[in-house]
Design a protein around this ligand. Structure first.
Ligand code: DOR
Ligand code: ZN
Length: 356
């Protein structure tokens, strides 16, 4: 048993108080999905980075500001909650768009290699062609958030992240040492090694599902569509490396849930879509993973400090208290005209947020 030195832990380990967390990567969707996603996000987090892969994608400042208004209309009264907006890069993104975005307070830009994941068909086909945009982003101190996989039918789906790092990311980060780059939702030991070896301007987010699950949870004993996300879950060796990275207190690794809701019938389909909803219990899920690694004392840095440190934000003033009160995750949650199946549905989690 680890020697818990944190002031936040009481002796019987029944409560854990941390600085209120942020989520540096999530999907809130739009229209009537927001009635579900925004209240859940606002319970767990003070700030969230809202991904731009709507249909059509959020490619310019006007679209981002309209989307922000749409999100704001669903923030529960009295909640202290700030959505941080992103732009979706395409082959047509201009340097002017970056200047406009900076001026209007847009948080960052998201790079989806074209076709690599949900709603990414309008993504980028040539990174090199966007180098002037990246140069402007570096000058404007606007971070680049990357879905780091190649979209090459000849590359095995389990190797697509590793290949992206080798083919694109090494060069990109060398070319733009001043650009803040976040490799989102990392899933492999190669990604961990890459992040550890790069400058402090390059960091990574890690999801709860990649800490708690591996590809057996997706594929063994029957296919589990609700465990399908991209990048896909990898073998347990990679999961173990991610757990070590997340609990290492290395500030280059921080929270980014990639909570990505889809209606149950879209997931349970002959061609089910990628994405896992985790905002019903994101912090509780991370707490479960950190406790399993005997590292609850490292949770606060990961969820509440390293992200703000990297992006140059102050820590949230409010605190969040977790109590060791086991609860069962609901089987489904109402979602638009349907329901969604949350991560760990019908399973018991050891910790829950206290809202007293
Ligand atoms: O699993 C995923 N779902 N990965 C992504 O990159 C996109 C996301 C979504 O939007 O559903
Ligand atoms: Zn995502």
């Amino acid at each position: 048993m680890q020697n818990y030195s944190s002031r936040a832990l009481d002796f019987s380990m029944q409560t854990l108080t941390i600085i209120y967390p942020d989520d540096w990567h999530c999907h809130l969707r739009n229209e009537n999905a927001l009635a579900t996603t925004v209240p859940y996000a606002a319970k767990q987090f003070k700030r969230v980075v809202a991904m731009p892969n709507l249909q059509p994608p959020v490619c310019d400042v006007d679209a981002a500001l309209n989307y922000l208004q749409e999100i704001k209309a669903h923030i529960p009264e009295g909640a202290d909650f700030t959505p941080l907006m992103t732009l979706y890069l395409t082959d047509k993104t201009t340097t002017k768009t970056i200047y406009d975005a900076k001026e209007k307070g847009i948080f960052g830009c998201k790079l989806y290699p074209a076709g690599v994941t949900t709603h990414s068909t309008q993504g980028v086909t040539s990174l090199e062609a966007l180098y002037p945009v990246f140069a402007t982003m570096a000058k404007q101190q606007m971070p680049l958030l990357i879905h780091g996989e190649v979209n090459d039918k000849s590359v095995d789906i389990f190797d697509r992240e590793k290949r992206f790092i080798e083919q694109h990311l090494v060069k990109l980060t060398q070319e733009f040492p001043e650009l803040k780059v976040v490799l989102e939702h990392i899933t492999t030991k190669e990604a961990v090694q890459f992040i550890e070896s790069t400058s402090s301007n390059v960091a990574a987010t890690i999801t709860p599902q990649h800490l708690l699950l591996n590809r057996n949870d997706l594929l063994a004993g029957g296919i589990k569509p609700h465990h399908y996300c991209l990048p896909i879950l990898k073998r347990s060796l990679h999961q173990e490396t991610l757990i070590k990275a997340a609990t290492s207190a290395n500030p280059k690794f921080f929270i980014g849930t990639d909570s990505a809701p889809h209606a149950k019938k879209q997931k349970e389909s002959a061609c089910g879509c990628a994405g896992i909803f985790s905002h019903h219990g994101a912090i509780e899920l991370y707490a479960q993973a950190f406790e399993q690694a005997n590292a609850l004392d490292k949770l606060e840095g990961f969820t509440s400090k390293f992200g703000p440190d990297f992006y140059g934000f102050a820590y949230n003033k409010a605190k969040l208290t977790l109590k060791r009160i086991p609860w069962v995750v609901p089987k489904t949650i109402p979602y638009a005209q349907d329901v969604l199946v949350p991560l760990f549905a019908e399973k018991t989690l050891a910790w829950q947020i206290s809202y007293e």
